[in-house]
Design a protein around this ligand. Structure first.
Ligand code: ANZ
Ligand code: ZN
Length: 821
């Protein structure tokens, strides 16, 4: 009997069974030859599932299920990034405890992920706010501390006045808080840091291991780390001694006509102290403190500075040059002091022109026309006006001058990084307590390992207070005895940045119930690195850089051997509606639970995957959830009917095949071939389009009188297997309705007969300036890009191009391409 597609009943039944059996359980130690770790960025439980989760889970789960069918032992875990501001702020707004709020959201997200049919290994679920997880954050903190990688220091720090906490540099985007968009301030505070700068070289050099990263992502990280090579040079300043500057261009030393320090540089204060410049300087410094770093370093903007009434001695020629304080020099870059060479640096040039300071050319370009009178010349050239170095060419000038500086004891080769140490302390409640105790006698004392975890006190007033963490008021928790001398002592009351939690969670997944260690290194080695990671590009310089750093420390601790945690990364696009990011506050949400109710999880997944390439942004149609009812849902009904109509066909062996049957069979094999390729490229939208075609072929075949049971049977089984990773419930049901006892998700991915799968070929004509110059056999499904490549590779064509670039290329796929030169 042919039944309707009752998605509700089907999805519920299969999903229950999969959960009951924990169908996607992975072994503790995998077979190294077939292991595949499919990892997705774990979600923040700030509410129930939204379309962003649906998108990334649909992509990720299709990858994981496909890997399983291709014979891999797959590890596919889910966890919750459960500490942090979003949950805490939401809880404060509602007047409930962050813990209550967080755990109830986790429950919602957890069951929505199950409802979506995600094939996670549910026994490995972790929540970072569980003491059994965060004790290991504390344990790692202590290991970092022992190695000098965790330290406390007074430093200017970004402060978000809205979230009432400090932020790491990476959390400040264009001068604003990454979370709430408030303009941040600089405050001088004592804070905890992780010494990520010790790993800056490795973070850059190992990037080449990440072969599955886009160039864009690699360059975002390289720029953030920002390594440059140059020299440190000492300038004598009366009363101050030798003051060091960092420069990438020691070959321009003879062109230094002034010296600049950051207004915050302690020396500036000392130079004006007691002079008539003191008040003016204080006002100037105050003015600069209100500018953002972005403004200060922008090239186009007029700069501000003041002469400090003193001079520095240029070590190469003994010249006295004026010392200025200027807004474009930053305190925490290089040494906070520079030699200014206006002839060869844009910012110095503008500053010198504004304030009438000398500009002296010391580099002459090979092509004199390259030097422009109202611009600094920053290109390569020959040294001039530089004493004995005159005539030194660009290729060697930096090296030669650096060596000479070293020989004279005036300076040394140096390199510099843009990245700063990672500020990890937060003045907020909902995070991991930092395991340090302050004792009047012993100072900073680490909490002994056996006293971990330091549990976050639940009865504390968790509302943010300001520069002090809310934990400071939990006096029973704060006042402890010193682990060393047993005297009265106080706990550190700041908590850790939640990016600490997310820096190693993927290592915990491999061994989530370990009570002796964060994870067993042997087990981690068997699974790591993650073979495929999916997640948002917004983490390009946040999570991804911290996690890479953490992994390298694990290597140094002897706990890991993979230097890079995620060599392959897929960044999904953003989902918008009306061009704006979907969000509750904008009211442009499409609620997944409504989609579940009306069309089911499989339709929702297919709709999402069909919306375009995974990396691309998708603007959801204004009609909202109903759009699923226009495409994905009716198509699944069509698949349902096709399978049900042909449920009873049985393969009865060597029945004679008519041309009609042979053509359909070829179609099946071609589809297997191209869909397999699509899966390898994560091109789910084209895979779905090809399955649409296959189903159309099947209906047409029946309409034309086709009915070969063997061919039809082969088509249906292939269709279901190819569709299974993307629409897991309906395919499982139809598979069983064909009479199978086992699961479709444990079947082997279909293979094709290369002879049958040969793509249809057509003749492509190549014209040059309107004349036919070549004819090539190409696949019927050729893309415009491939047409161009093929045409330009033809010898006959290149004979007519004679080395000229075509001005225009017109393509009419697949049969005609016309080049105009
Ligand atoms: C003299 C000079 C001459 C420079 C020249 C450049 C060109 P990167 O590549 O980003 O590392 N600089 C150094 N410290 C600075 C600070 N705290 N604030 C603002 N600018 C600073 O750039 C290094 C260059 O940036 C240094 O080399 C210095 O200017 C400037 F023809 O020194 B240079
Ligand atoms: Zn003590």
């Amino acid at each position: 009997m042919i039944t309707d597609y009752d998605f509700k009943e089907i999805e519920q039944r299969w999903s229950r069974k999969w959960i009951r059996d924990n169908a996607w359980r992975s072994p503790r130690l995998p077979d190294p030859a077939t292991k595949s770790y499919a990892l997705t960025m774990f979600p923040y439980p700030s509410g129930d599932m939204h379309m962003g989760h649906v998108e990334v889970f649909s992509i990720h789960d299709s990858i994981a299920r496909n890997l399983r069918m291709r014979g891999h032992q797959v590890l596919n875990p889910l966890g919750f990034d459960a500490f942090g501001l979003p949950a805490e702020n939401a809880a404060i707004q509602r007047g409930i405890h962050p813990k209550t709020w967080t755990y109830s959201n986790i429950d919602k997200l957890f069951s929505s992920a199950q409802r979506l049919g995600c094939s996670f290994d549910w026994e490995r679920t972790l929540r970072t706010c569980d003491p059994s997880y965060y004790r290991w954050n504390q344990w790692f903190f202590l290991r970092f501390y022992e190695r000098g990688l965790a330290y406390r220091r007074q430093a200017p720090a970004w402060w978000c006045p809205n979230d009432k906490t400090v932020l790491a540099n990476e959390q400040v985007i264009a001068g604003r808080c990454e979370r709430c968009d408030a303009v941040v301030e600089k405050r001088y505070l004592t804070q905890w840091f992780f010494k990520i700068t010790d790993y800056a070289d490795r973070l850059l050099d190992d990037m080449e291991l990440n072969t599955g990263w886009t160039e864009r992502l690699k360059s975002l990280q390289s720029n953030w780390i920002g390594r440059s090579f140059g020299a440190e040079v000492e300038f004598e300043i009366e009363g101050e001694g030798a003051v060091t500057v960092y420069t990438t261009r020691p070959d321009t030393l003879w062109g230094a006509t002034f010296f600049v320090v950051a207004p915050e540089h302690p020396m500036a204060e000392r130079l004006v102290a007691g002079t008539e410049l003191e008040a003016e300087f204080a006002a100037f410094k105050d003015e600069v403190s209100r500018l953002t770093e972005i403004d200060r370093t922008a090239t186009e903007r007029p700069k501000k500075g003041m002469f400090l009434g003193h001079y520095a001695v240029n070590p190469v020629n003994g010249e006295k040059i004026p010392i200025w304080a200027a807004d474009y020099v930053l305190l925490d870059y290089g040494t906070g002091a520079i030699m200014a060479v206006p002839a060869h640096d844009h910012r110095d040039f503008e500053f010198a022109r504004q304030y009438g300071i000398d500009i002296r050319t010391v580099i002459e370009p090979l092509d004199p026309a390259a030097a422009k009178p109202d611009e600094a010349y920053i290109g390569p050239g020959v040294m001039v006006n530089s004493g004995v170095f005159d005539g030194t060419p660009a290729e060697v000038s930096v090296g030669v001058v650096t060596e000479w500086l070293e020989a004279q004891g005036l300076g040394r080769a140096a390199k510099n990084f843009r990245i700063r140490d990672w500020l990890i302390s937060r003045q907020r409640y909902w995070g991991t307590p930092i395991p340090i105790i302050f004792c009047a006698r012993c100072g900073e004392v680490p909490v002994p390992d056996e006293d971990l975890p330091v549990i976050l006190p639940e009865d504390a007033d968790f509302r943010p207070t300001g520069e002090d963490s809310p934990l400071a008021s939990a006096s029973e928790w704060v006042n402890v005895s010193c682990p060393k001398c047993a005297g009265a002592a106080r706990r550190e009351t700041d908590t850790m940045d939640t990016f600490v939690d997310s820096s190693w969670y993927f290592n915990r997944y491999v061994d989530p119930h370990n009570e002796e260690l964060p994870f067993d290194p042997e087990v981690a080695d068997a699974w790591m690195p993650a073979d495929q990671y999916t997640g948002g590009i917004e983490h390009a310089v946040l999570h991804l850089i911290y996690a890479r750093f953490f992994q390298k420390v694990l290597v140094d601790l002897g706990m890991a051997s993979a230097p890079e945690p995620f060599p392959n990364l897929l960044n999904q696009g953003t989902i918008t509606m009306g061009g704006k990011r979907m969000s509750k506050s904008r009211g442009n949400l499409v609620d997944p639970s409504e989609a579940f109710e009306r069309y089911g999880a499989d339709s929702l997944r297919l709709y999402m995957l069909f919306s375009g390439p995974p990396e691309q942004d998708f603007d959801w149609p204004e009609e909202g959830v109903r759009s699923i009812g226009r495409v994905a849902y009716p198509w699944l009904q069509r698949v349902w009917r096709l399978c049900e109509d042909n449920r009873d066909v049985v393969d009865i062996g060597d029945l004679h095949e008519l041309p009609l049957d042979k053509a359909l069979k070829r179609q099946v094999h071609r589809t297997i071939r191209v869909v397999s390729e699509d899966f390898e490229r994560f091109s789910f939208n084209t895979a779905i389009a090809r399955l649409h075609e296959l189903v159309n072929h099947a209906y047409r075949y029946r309409a034309a009188g086709g009915g070969h049971p063997g061919v039809m049977h082969e088509l249906i089984e292939a269709l279901l297997k190819l569709l299974a990773p993307m629409a897991p419930h309906i395919t499982e049901e139809l598979w069983h309705r064909l009479g199978h006892q086992d699961s479709i998700h444990t079947q082997t991915w279909p293979t094709f007969d290369p002879g049958l799968a040969k793509l249809e070929e057509v003749t492509m004509v190549v014209q040059v300036n309107g004349k036919v110059r070549d004819k090539l056999e190409v696949p019927a499904g050729i893309t415009e890009e491939e047409m161009k490549v093929k045409a330009l590779a033809s010898n006959k064509v290149s004979a007519h191009l004679q080395g000229r670039e075509p001005l225009k290329i017109i393509t009419k796929p697949p049969k005609l391409i016309s080049l105009v030169v």
